[in-house]
Design a protein around this ligand. Structure first.
Ligand SMILES: [Zn+2]
Length: 71
């Protein structure tokens, strides 16, 4: 079973946050967490809002749980 597209697939862009293959449900990110991370980067420079931590029980496919802070 191939849940992830092979590397180098033209249409499969990596998650801008961690570089993992993106999920359609969280485009262009691979998970809700990465989407929030990117969103926080955006807002942290302009606004200040509380992080909405909703249920992420279905986001356990985040194999690349790197905590790197690449900018
Ligand atoms: Zn990601």
């Amino acid at each position: 079973m191939s849940a992830l597209p092979p590397p180098g697939t033209p249409r499969a862009r990596p998650c801008p946050t961690c570089g993992a293959p993106q999920l359609a449900a969280f485009k262009p990110f691979c998970s809700k967490r990465c989407a929030q991370v990117d969103l926080h980067r955006w807002l942290s420079g302009a606004y200040r809002i509380p992080v909405v931590e909703t249920d992420t029980s279905d986001a356990d496919a985040d194999a690349a749980d790197g905590r790197r802070e690449d900018s």
